[in-house]
Ligand binder design. Structure first.
Ligand code: F3S
Length: 755
């Protein structure tokens, strides 16, 4: 048994009383989202109501999930905490580092060779610290989590934006950066701004060609890619309960595409059916006992406008299949309007590839509905005009679909069955001819369709649709094919119309699998050795950052005064650098290479004050470090916005930057800097930014009396002998000041554990 029943029972034991206390504190009926949030507040004694969209609150998530790319730094950092085991049940999943090219067997073998050192590291570190490990080929993190770990009313964080998929089983599951995962595994609380709430009322019932995917494609069209920012989306209504649990998962999964913190559904019979069919009767029984708490209070759904910040209503009975794209998931086109839209936008009509699968749409129901369309093509003398590929979400789904003959139906249409992994969804698709960068169209059942996402070709127009629509379009080979109205010509020259798809919500004979690909951790991991080669270019064990020296910091060189936008991508670029995400020294060679130097308006070209010459930012900083000199980075507004990439804070810390002084910070990056033992400071008077000159040496005064709410002083020593000084503010609380003094938050945890 992979899941932790005791933990779930413990969560449920206190759930009712926590909800009751929250209802009293809030003074009104509660949405499901609020119930789960309040039941997971770190400090239950606080017993207070929080302001949506305003208050930052500490939570206690029940689980952590990590994928192989982001797990590397999260776990390298976790090793620094000095704990013998993770504080909450956690899993690692090998799914992102497997390329799709020839087909499952060959591709998996290649990945196992190419990324062996990463997989070996993740396997051994998981084994040592009590983390469930899902080997390459076991499946995609979110499908595996839904099948094994998600539970109604739970709260989970995961180092991947589509962690939100687990909302299909009534969970609040939220995508985070590796630093947050590390904290929770180390036993620390996890902070989140109390979200706003969007209610989506689903009336009517899905039928015919319309699938759960079309619900979220429609929602994306209404709310756009930014509409869910800072909010949790809660779905309810007869349309919600009539849908399968995995269908709900699809809807929650793509909540990431509207920027929502997460999405969820109330516990219902579809979830119970799914829990029982995935061998979790105990969880279903336990959930049934507290059923009334696992959905909103009845008044909420009766008068949603009163309890949600925004309400959207969709009638499933009239909802059409949609195709969203290209290049953005919120450009929603109902299938009946595609002929017109494609002509208007001049989208290439020939569809080169149809791809089914990913964490979004690879359930048994998805495969069986798509297979019903494929079977019709075979029976009616049609083939596929587009190339056709399937990447199943898990070995359990793949094995079961194979047993039930679904995969052979696809294979009869010349489909390539890729590994149970992310593959084409994350650009790990070695698509023949993509390098020619020709304009072309593909249709897939994944979630993201930004330029280059699937095959690296910026000119590939990718459209997102349900698996059954992808199957129909791959058969027709045309983007503007409407299976509800159009016919196709078969091998006898007859006009054929496809019937609406049919499928099984769950396999009639139950799920089966021979080897799910799961490795349970050692009971006692104290003797397990973590495998990292000292000569590896991709992995490097971390050394603790040094403690603060106990004095004011003087003689710091200005490394760069960044101008304008400086996101975490400017600070730690992605793309080819991602292969070094487990090797802090190597990835630090991308530090701030995207930031614009105020003094010459160029990127990656700053003055080295030791030589007077201009050079790349990382090399200049390495020169300062070699000379034992600290440095300062200066930035503009909203410094560090974008993804929560912890490397953007770790790299400057590693290379010896002591402080980042900006007009304003993006909050997550500011916290990440604090966690790494850096000084994150803001100009008390933003115009002091202008006082900083290219050859300045800086002193930071006031650190010996570093106290919450007390500004520090910056002294600028100009090259001409002149000086300037000004105040800088900070938001460190007493705990965070201890992080600074200890050299990093993890140093404190380690000290406490050792003590
Ligand atoms: Fe993987 Fe794509 Fe999902 S990258 S986790 S299949 S969004």
């Amino acid at each position: 048994m992979a899941f932790d029943l005791d933990m779930i029972k413990k969560v449920y034991a206190g759930f009712g009383s926590k909800v009751e206390a929250a209802r009293k504190a809030v003074g009104k009926p509660l949405t499901l989202t609020e119930k789960i949030l309040y039941a997971h507040i770190w400090d239950q004694e606080a017993n207070q109501a929080y302001k949506r969209g305003v208050d930052y609150v500490d939570f206690a998530p029940d689980r952590v999930a990590m994928q192989d790319a982001t797990a590397q730094m999260a776990l390298l950092q976790f090793m620094q905490a000095g704990r013998p085991k993770v504080a909450v049940p956690s899993t690692a999943h090998c799914d992102h580092l497997i390329q799709a090219k020839v087909g499952a067997e060959t591709d998996l073998e290649k990945a196992n060779t190419e990324s062996k050192e990463v997989f070996d590291f993740l396997g051994s570190v998981s084994n040592k610290y009590g983390i469930g490990f899902w080997k390459p080929g076991a499946g995609i993190i979110h499908q595996v989590v839904l099948e094994n770990y998600a539970f109604p009313g739970g709260m989970m964080i995961g180092t991947d934006s589509h962690t939100v998929n687990a909302g299909g089983l009534g969970m609040l599951a939220i995508g985070v950066g590796g630093a947050d995962a590390c904290d929770v595994m180390a036993g620390l609380p996890w902070e989140l701004k109390f979200p706003k709430l969007i209610g989506v009322k689903l009336t009517g019932k899905l039928s015919g060609w319309t699938a759960p995917k079309d619900v979220i494609l429609k929602v994306a069209g209404i709310l756009t890619v930014k509409g869910g920012t800072g909010a949790i989306v809660e779905y309810f209504g007869e349309g919600a309960t009539s849908m399968s649990c995995t269908g709900k998962g699809t809807i929650c999964n793509m909540g990431a595409e509207i920027g929502a913190t997460t999405s969820t559904f109330g516990y219902d019979e579809s979830m119970e059916r799914y829990l029982r069919s995935t061998d979790r009767n105990d969880v279903a029984d336990a959930a049934n006992k507290i059923k009334e708490h696992l959905t909103a209070d009845p008044e909420v759904y009766a008068n949603p406008e009163k309890y949600f910040d925004q309400v959207v209503e969709i009638d499933l009975s009239t909802l059409e299949p949609h195709l969203n794209g290209p290049f953005t998931p919120d450009l929603a086109t109902p299938v009946s309007k595609m002929k017109e839209a494609a002509k208007h936008h001049d989208w290439p009509l020939t569809v080169e590839w149809g791809l089914i699968g990913s964490c979004t749409n690879s359930s048994y129901e998805d495969l069986s509905r798509a297979a019903s369309i494929a079977q019709q093509a075979i029976d009616k003398g049609l083939g596929t005009k587009s190339s056709f590929g399937i990447n199943p979400g898990s070995e359990q789904v793949r094995y079961t679909a194979d047993r039930d003959g679904l995969l052979s139906v696809f294979e009869k249409l010349n489909a390539t069955i890729f590994t149970n992994a992310c593959g084409p969804c994350i650009g790990m698709w070695d698509r023949v001819g993509a390098e020619k960068q020709e304009r072309n169209t593909i249709v897939h059942s994944f979630n993201r369709n930004f330029a280059k996402r699937a095959d690296g070709n910026p000119n590939t127009c990718a459209f997102v649709a349900s698996p059954e629509m992808v199957a129909a379009i791959a058969i027709s080979g045309r983007l503007d094919f409407n299976p509800l109205t159009d016919t196709l010509t078969n091998d006898k020259g007859e006009q054929i119309k496809l019937d609406a798809p049919v499928g099984d919500e769950l396999p009639e004979k139950g799920f089966a699998v021979e080897d799910a690909g799961y490795q349970a951790p050692a009971e006692d991991g104290s003797n397990v050795k973590v495998v990292v080669s000292p000569t590896s270019h991709r992995l490097q064990l971390l050394e603790p950052f040094p403690e603060w020296e106990g004095t004011d910091l003087k003689g710091l060189k200005l490394l760069i005064k960044a101008k304008g936008k400086c996101t975490t991508d400017h600070i730690s670029m992605a793309g080819p650098w991602l292969k070094f995400r487990g090797h802090l020294d190597n990835i630090s060679n991308n530090m701030l290479i995207g930031a614009v130097n105020f003094f010459n308006e160029e990127t990656d070209k700053v003055k080295n004050q030791l030589t007077g010459e201009y050079g790349p930012v990382p090399q200049t900083q390495r020169d300062y470090k070699a000379a034992g000199i600290g440095s300062v980075v200066v930035g503009d507004e909203n410094y560090g916005e974008g993804s929560s990439r912890e490397h953007a804070a770790m790299e400057p810390r590693f290379l010896g930057v002591r402080a980042v002084i900006v007009k304003s910070f993006a909050r997550i990056h500011e916290t990440n800097l604090k966690k790494q033992g850096m000084l994150a400071l803001t100009f008390a008077n933003p115009s002091d930014y202008d006082k900083i000159l290219e050859d300045d040496t800086l002193d930071i005064i006031g650190l010996t009396d570093f106290t919450p709410n007390k500004p520090l002083t910056i002294v600028l020593n100009h090259k001409d002998g002149g000086t300037d000084s000004f105040e800088v503010n900070h938001t460190y609380n007493a705990q965070q000041i201890e992080w600074f003094k200890a050299g990093a938050a993890l140093n404190i945890i380690r000290k406490n554990i050792v003590a």
